[in-house]
Design a protein around this ligand. Structure first.
Ligand code: LLP
Length: 866
């Protein structure tokens, strides 16, 4: 941990309830405290909470529970038993404290439950746990002494603070003079233990810090002592980019500045109470959140030295948000309207969180964690507000917040996020004036399942820069199960590797496809029982051998042009035309005629074609491609649904198409939707099926529902593979609800992407102003995906197999365009040199087929490994 400016020897370690309730946990505390004390002459202050559950019991007693006597007795017994479990003499260690607890229950103040009495009751938990801990750690040979936090932390009165707040939710003095520090340091033992949560009231009695109190105590001590650091030891590994229970791919945030950490704590993360950051922030003391059970993980370090990394650091969701929308005609520039409104919120003790304003409307949100927003309070507030405006209460809502530095400069990367919200009703968008957060308020029901999707989109779009290892640590999934174990890729096997080097000895660049991988993916899809018809979207890879392999595996072929149709029948001459789909976009009339002449199934996505070329479609069967009003995909340029997209017929106008078809005696036998490419969340397709089935029911002649392709593959090492099991399960379920349609799919990428590598040779290695670049003889003319979509492909130096990829390079091609970059900051062996053979992975889909001869550089070669 970096040392604080003054370099005092203190390190503050805080342990919460679960960390102090078992003997082996105390052994861990002893070990950690001893270790810290051994570092460069440090002294250690341990701050502890009460044993878990004890503060709840004490709260019940302080609240006047009718069975207070029994509860006190149970607490006495629990602590005695724990003392014995620690091998201590319970009477000698705890006797006086337990007497004090019993005496409080008998105290005259108990009948009126004065605030000072309540504070004293609440304080007993920490006094007991710290006393036990001091005795146990000393018995284990640690040079540790006990001190009373009330001798060191002084409660202060804040303006407008209620008497309750001044006793039971106090703030404490954050400054201390050298004399204070000298006195503290004069305590004889090298290690000290004290209580979290409690402080001295101005009248000499006890006060407590309220929620998050122990963390705040640790931070206060850290600030007052100008400590080297404050470590909050808890039962989670730190702060994450999202709640790991909801988003297993959430990443551990290993380094944050105070402001970001504050924002994340305030808008969602429960690991650190937002109050506890302030004391360390003002004195520049670094904090760390660490996991008692997994002390080797890096945890979250929070300090002021971190050089700001722009980008979204976290996404959170708060439920139970209440929106109050206030409409008036008389507001425009009227003096004091806002004051009138807010005065009424104040009257009902409500603090406002977010605000949106328009000429005639003000909408504000109330956060239940900061307010008591009962229906009663809301009814009274509405009544009051109704005197000056029209009021509407919208609840329950969820607030979804993106936190990170420089939010305003990230807007261009948030298009996928905006698009996702396009499907929900957004009541309010609010951007904080410190440029640290952006919040969307939507109906609570709409927020279910949304976070994993948004999280993936933030990563995919680059808005959350997870490649920056100084900030983003392992994912929760990885922490629990270890790093993702990817099956070795086909080209990593010895024989395949040798074969690739052999092929590369010929001309490069060249694509190599591995048919066993294609067949394996085909079989995985064949195993999904809910699916009745499978087509391969040949646009992804129309190599004849790939087509033949997939036809052999039972796939039909989906074409989008006459050229593709011809390729299909050339490659597989005996192919039954019933297994061919034709799904063009803005194709000329003759291509539709050609497709019908071939006997293929023709899909149409506009009514104008029916009107202008009635003779092409008269008496024919056809499929209708529908736009469900939204799109999806790994990049804006592969989204094929929604008003801005050229694809599909608007779902709301299907009746008009059906009428036009009927007039020509044409039958709609299938309906189809393909809303985009590179989609990772399996629920997408079941939703599409459900929506299409409802449309099909209305048409009446439909027998097949085609839910498109779009399944993604894991391009990056930490991408989770597409969850085929969840996908299959969703399809089985929805098919069960609408069993009378045949279910068709038409994936491209999923079947072929991983089967292909692009082999290239290193042309030059150049360093320019600190950036090292590896140039290849392949470029954006050979593989367009990085230039077109910022797509990520693994890059591997096959000539230096086994060497550590220990240096960072930008990998570029030979084309005269700035977008001719395969990847920035890629790890390759540092001795990568001219002539090395490099493989660009997962290039089997949308690779060769989009290659071109720009700069008059030739097309790549193609080889197939059967
Ligand atoms: N069906 C239709 C109607 C399509 O337009 C597409 C792809 C597919 C199926 C197959 O989608 P897939 O399963 O491969 O995602 N060049 C872009 C992808 C463009 C996809 C165009 N349509 C890329 O390299 O990411």
């Amino acid at each position: 941990m970096p040392s604080s400016p003054t370099g005092t020897p203190w390190v503050v370690l805080k342990f919460g309830g679960t960390s102090v309730s078992q003997r082996h946990r105390w052994d861990t505390i002893g070990r950690l405290a001893g270790k810290r004390a051994g570092e460069h002459g440090a002294r250690v202050l341990v701050v502890v909470s009460a044993l878990s559950g004890v503060t709840n019991e004490l709260t019940a007693i302080a609240d006047g529970a009718s069975d207070a006597g029994a509860r006190v007795q149970a607490l006495v017994e629990r602590h005695r038993a724990f003392a014995e479990a620690l091998g201590l003499d319970a009477g000698a260690v705890l006797g006086a404290r337990l007497d004090a607890l019993r005496a409080l229950a008998e105290d005259a103040r108990a009948t009126t439950r004065t605030l000072d009495w309540q504070a004293e009751v609440l304080a007993q938990g920490e006094l007991l746990s710290s006393t036990l801990g001091a005795a146990y750690l000393a018995s284990q040979g640690l040079d540790i002494g006990w001190c009373d936090a009330r001798d060191w932390l002084d409660a202060i009165e804040l303006p407008n603070q209620s008497a309750w707040g001044q006793r039971l939710s106090v703030s404490c003095r954050r400054e201390a003079d050298d004399a204070w520090r000298t006195r503290f340091a004069a305590q004889p033992t090298r290690l000290l233990i004290t209580q979290g949560f409690i402080a001295r009231h101005g009248d000499g009695g006890t006060a407590v810090l309220g929620r998050g109190g122990s963390d705040t105590s640790a931070a206060l001590f850290g600030g007052l002592l100008r400590a080297r650091g404050v470590e909050i030891w808890t039962d989670v590994p730190g702060m994450f980019t999202a709640n790991p229970r909801e988003v297993p791919d959430a990443r551990l945030l290993t380094r944050l500045d105070y402001a970001e950490a504050q924002e994340i704590a305030t808008t969602g993360a429960k690991v650190l109470h937002p109050r506890s950051l302030g004391p360390c922030r003002v004195s520049g003391v670094p904090m760390a959140i660490l996991d008692t059970e997994r002390p080797d993980l890096p945890g979250t370090r929070i300090d002021g030295d971190a050089s700001p990394v722009p980008g979204v650091k976290a996404i959170s969701r708060r439920n139970g948000i209440v929106l109050v929308s206030m409409e008036t005609v008389g507001m425009w520039q009227s003096v004091g309207f806002l004051a009138d409104i807010f005065e009424r919120f104040r009257r009902h003790g409500l603090s406002v969180d977010l605000i949106g304003s328009a000429e005639t409307n003000i909408t504000v949100s109330l956060d239940p964690s900061e307010n008591l927003v009962s229906t009663d309070v809301l009814a009274r507030l509405s009544e009051d507000l109704a005197q000056i405006c029209r009021v509407k209460v919208i609840a329950p809502c969820a607030a979804i917040t993106l936190v990170g530095r420089g939010m305003r400069s990230l807007l261009h990367k948030l298009s996928d996020v905006w698009a996702t919200f396009g499907q929900e009703r957004v009541h309010l968008i609010s951007q904080s004036s410190n440029d640290l957060n952006l919040t969307f308020v939507i109906d609570e029901a709409d927020a279910d399942g949304l976070l994993p999707e948004l999280h993936a989109e933030l990563i995919g779009s680059g808005a959350m820069p997870v490649q920056d290892a100084s900030v983003f640590g392992p994912s929760w999934r990885e922490i629990q199960h270890g790093p993702p174990v990817r099956e070795p890729r086909w080209w990593q096997a010895d024989a395949a590797h040798a074969r690739l080097l052999e092929l590369a000895a010929g001309e490069t660049p060249r694509y190599v496809y591995h048919l066993p991988t294609v067949r394996e993916r085909a079989r995985a899809l064949n195993a999904v029982e809910a699916i009745d018809r499978r087509f391969f979207a040949i646009k992804a890879n129309p190599h004849p051998q790939v087509l033949r392999a997939l036809v052999e595996e039972g796939f039909g072929l989906e074409c989008v042009s006459q050229g593709e149709l011809e390729r299909v029948f050339e490659a597989v001459p005996q192919l039954d035309p019933a297994r061919v789909l034709f799904t063009p976009s803005f194709a000329p009339r003759r291509e539709y005629e050609a497709a019908y002449a071939r006997g293929a199934t023709v899909t149409l996505d506009n009514v104008e074609a029916l009107q202008r070329w009635p003779e092409v479609f008269r008496g024919r069967d056809l499929w209708l491609r529908i736009d469900l009003g939204r799109g999806d995909g790994h990049h804006a340029k592969v989204v094929t649904g929604g008003a801005a997209s050229k694809f599909g017929y608007p779902v709301a106008e299907v009746d008009a198409f059906a009428d036009a078809a009927r007039a020509l005696d044409a039958r709609i036998t299938g309906i189809h939707a393909h809303l985009g490419s590179g989609i990772g969340h399996p629920r997408h397709w079941r939703e599409v099926y459900a929506e299409l089935a409802a449309v099909a029911d209305g048409i009446g002649t439909v027998d097949t529902i085609d839910i498109g392709g779009g399944l993604t593959i894991p391009y990056k090492p930490d991408d989770a593979p597409f969850d085929l099991a969840a996908w299959a399960e969703g399809l089985a379920e929805i098919k069960g609800a609408w069993p009378r349609y045949r279910l068709a799919i038409e994936p491209g990428r999923f079947l072929v992407a991983e089967s292909g590598v692009l082999l290239a040779r290193v042309t030059q290695v150049v360093e320019k102003q600190g950036v090292r670049r590896v140039g290849l003889d392949a470029g954006m003319h050979s593989l367009m995906r990085p230039a077109l979509y910022d797509a990520w492909h693994g890059i591997h130096n096959l000539s230096r197999r086994g060497a550590r990829a220990d240096a960072a390079f930008d990998v570029v091609g030979p084309i005269c365009e700035s977008s001719d970059v395969f990847g920035h900051d890629r790890r390759l062996p540092s001795d990568t040199a001219e002539g090395d053979v490099v493989a660009i992975a997962d290039a089997g889909a949308y690779g060769f087929v989009i290659a071109n001869h720009y700069n008059l550089r030739g097309l790549p070669r193609e080889d197939v490994l059967a």
